[in-house]
Write a protein that binds this ligand. Sequence first.
Ligand code: UGA
Length: 419
Amino acid sequence: MATLGHDVVGIDVDVEKIAALNAGIPPFFEPGFPEILREALDSGRLSFSSTMASAAGAEVHFLAVGTPQSVEGDGADLSYVFGATRELLPHLSAGNVLVGKSTVPVGTAEALQEILDEAETGATVAWNPEFLREGFAVGDTLHPDRIVYGLAAGERGQRAKAQLDAVYASPLADGTPLIPTDFATAELVKVAANAFLATKISFINAMSEIADVVGADVTDLADAIGHDNRIGRRFLNAGVGFGGGCLPKDIRAFATRADELGVGSSLNFLREVDSINLRQRERVAALALAQLGTDPTGKRAVVLGLAFKPNSDDMRDSPALDVALRLHDAGVNVVSVDPAAVPRAQQLHPQLTTTTDINAALTDAEVVVLATEWPEFVQLDPTAIHARVKTPTIIDARNALAPSDWREAGWTYIGLGRP
Ligand code: UGA
């Protein structure tokens, strides 16, 4: 927002995070982010604060707090959304807009508007879902592929629209499509998009299970069906499945919300999407264990990747981390390699051996699992590393390698749904 030319205060309850951000230190790994953070701080348009009173005087308030999976079940924990809104109430003025960015169950925007109205703030809610991908967050934010506004009916909604149009003047001038709609639709757009993406991935992973049984190649299959524009090739990469802080918890929360609304059967298929996805992690761990013989205890396995996807240090619901933990629990001497996630892994999962040094990790390995397709892993030279390992077996859990290159270099290559 500061890069787009606005004066911005970022507020968070985490005092240490705020201090680091004010010093220009990003709290996570995201390509391009350190640079725009520094520029925005230097421009004087951006500052960070841990007190809600710093919100006073602003015209537009973005609500971007987390909505994690609740500890009791599959639904979303909305305590941060409602907590932050209640704390903000004394600092809102008439004509302000509270813009929801968090991923929420449908019906939340309306509930927030009631809270603002009961407190007689004169402020209006607008719902403006976020579609950025980790690893591409800066580009996706500055050049979104669409902007959605969920607006209140009548004059109130139109005023909020004009305020949001001013916020997004730059991407709108670049021709970014704008979809102004109602609260419920805007809330649903977000979860429907993530549910669709998750379904695409589980669809191709289900095909990979079939392909394994009949000796077919799921990568050729994805290429062939992907040429049909109605299907499209993106998000049809079979492998260890989807993870991260969004897709897994969003499909569970969406199915739970449908149950609450009395239309659970409409989204029952999302539970199947979830179980296909979780099965992939089991499948990869079982494949690795099968390579280690009847007693895997103490045998050395290398898992390439800890983050849930490349260009991120995020390990929330990470398939790569899950596979490493499963092998560790089975008594295997696992070494996980990741270019970005090691510091965080050492804090959160100290039982795991982690390193950024691929060559050291590979030494004497009896099985190697490619679990996150970082470029440095995909570009490994199978001939150069062959002599380092004890048993040259690679499980390509992202179907990201060329099987013939690895086989020609003397490796046993195992993909998912690839002969
Ligand atoms: C996802 C959505 O793509 C964003 O549009 C959305 O804004 C975001 O969630 C969110 O709700 O905040 P993200 O979680 O950053 O973004 O990651 P994705 O790029 O969607 O990847 C999710 C997972 O799917 C990763 O683990 C990735 O490895 C996996 N994946 C992706 C596959 O297994 N196969 C594919 O073909 C594509």
